[in-house]
Design a protein around this ligand. Structure first.
Ligand code: SAH
Length: 247
């Protein structure tokens, strides 16, 4: 079996059933990776787990596959959401990719006072999150929400999910303290390149469900702040805490 090939197959997989691959997956396996009938690879459906999947027929236009062995049951990433203000294209790509690798369950683009709004492409975000999930061996694909103004999101917030906002004015709690006992469900909010406005910060400070967090003495770029905040949370209260590979 090719150990490097791992594909998201969104149809619910079950053993011994045959599936026609999408055009993109067909192209990738047959033309790029040159797999042939009888070859197998890893497939996951985001709903039931991961399988060894075998090619059972192939022609120029189509590849048919069958899941022949279940390898892992589904396990979900922790219930942490990332609320991020989209920044420039490459940096936003970085944010999506790192957030997926760092195990967020949901990504919500938020529109803040200083967010540049013309760069929001949900289809692109989704394609990137699938690619990153395939690569990092997640078994679930994060949900990507439509972009929403920050104020609107806050006004409909479910208070059982604590919101940790990364406060560049350094008035928040040190990250170790903030995340020491911060069990999921939680959300992490990072501002745009221009930072949060004074009004936004003052609103965030006065919500009963929010905590401001400081990520040290230096001002980080938004994409660095995302990676730093998620890494700290995973290490202190997420699924890195006691993780050891089984068996
Ligand atoms: N232009 C702003 C910085 C924005 S940095 C300024 O010069 O002040 C982008 C986002 O990253 C911020 O909104 C914040 O959410 C986060 N961030 C950056 N550095 C941070 C730090 N030291 N502590 C907490 N959050 C930080």
């Amino acid at each position: 079996m090719s150990s490097v090939i791992r594909l998201y197959l969104p149809e619910l997989l079950s053993l011994e059933q045959t599936y026609d691959l999408s055009e993109a997956s067909h192209h990738y396996l047959s033309n790029v990776m040159k797999l042939q009938v009888g070859d197998s690879f890893y497939g996951f459906d985001g709903q039931s787990g991961e399988y060894e999947v075998q090619i059972i027929s192939q022609n120029k236009k189509q590849t048919q596959v069958k899941a022949i062995k279940k390898i892992k049951d589904l396990s979900l990433s922790p219930d942490v959401w990332l609320l991020f203000a989209p920044v420039k294209k490459d940096q936003t790509d970085f944010i999506i990719q790192k957030a997926v690798e760092l195990g967020v369950r949901k990504l919500i683009p938020v529109l803040t006072r200083y967010t540049n709004t013309d760069k929001i492409r949900k289809d692109r975000f989704l394609a990137q999150s699938i690619e990153a999930s395939e690569q990092c061996r997640r078994l679930d694909i994060p949900t990507i929400e439509e972009a929403i103004p920050l104020n609107k999101l806050l006004s409909q917030w479910d208070k059982s999910r604590r919101l940790y906002y990364m406060d560049e004015s350094r008035q928040g709690l040190p990250v170790k303290e903030a995340f020491a006992k911060a069990p999921a469900p939680i959300a992490i909010l990072v501002g745009p390149e221009g930072g949060f406005s004074e009004e936004e910060l003052s609103k965030l400070r006065h919500l009963e469900f929010s905590t401001g967090v400081t990520l040290g003495p230096r001002i980080l770029r938004a994409e660095t702040a995302v990676a730093a905040a998620l890494s700290c949370w995973q290490a202190l209260s997420g699924d890195w805490v006691n993780y050891r590979e089984q068996g």
